[in-house]
Ligand binder design. Structure first.
Ligand SMILES: [Zn+2]
Ligand SMILES: [Zn+2]
Length: 182
């Protein structure tokens, strides 16, 4: 193992430290985001994020995915990323099983995912980073639609497309989570 990796640009935006994950032992240095070109489609599908197979994609590249996970809503191509942050903010990121809406209370399970628009609005409304692909429960989804800033800004039909369904993820995970009709 190399003595020191230094800090990557992405580390500024996350409390976790840079390191070498065991997943890719051959990766021993920082790389630029513009050189991050792993396939992301299966990760997006698994986490209820639009991949572009139907309609417009919500995330366009591995670099875009890593940036959006840390509330950078533009792709900073010249930024560096270490192997750890590349993996665990990118295609090896996993959602928490509970609803991540900032005002969530109770035990209701997620039924949809935060996409980049809703994640961005959590920063503006609550000052909270909710990574894209995190789950939201039915009640919090209703609260989101009723935020004062939502009214007049987005119609119901538009809002319905703002949060992506978890149905694909729930099917693939085979958990005991109740599967709602979406
Ligand atoms: Zn890092
Ligand atoms: Zn909730």
């Amino acid at each position: 193992m190399a003595a020191s990796i230094g800090k990557c640009s992405i580390s500024v935006y996350t409390p976790s430290c840079c390191s070498f994950p065991p997943l890719h032992p051959s990766e021993i240095s920082l790389i630029r985001l513009k050189d991050c070109k792993r396939g992301i489609v299966s990760h997006l599908l698994k986490n209820g994020i639009r991949s572009g197979m139907k309609g417009e994609a919500d995330v366009f590249s591995e670099a875009d995915l890593i940036c959006k996970r840390v509330r950078l809503f533009t792709i900073e191509e010249a930024f560096t990323v270490c192997p750890y942050h590349r993996d665990f903010l990118g295609v090896h990121w996993r959602p928490k099983t509970s609803c991540q809406y900032p005002d969530h209370q109770g035990n209701a399970k997620p039924y949809r995912s935060f996409n980049s628009l809703v994640s961005k609005r959590m920063v503006s409304e609550f000052g909270t980073l909710v990574p894209i692909g995190s789950g939201i429960c039915r009640k919090c989804h209703g609260d989101y639609l009723n935020l004062p800033s939502s009214i007049g800004m987005i119609g119901e039909a538009q809002a319905e497309t703002d949060i992506e369904a978890w149905s694909c993820r729930l099917r693939t995970r085979k958990t005991e989570t109740v599967i709602y009709e979406v």
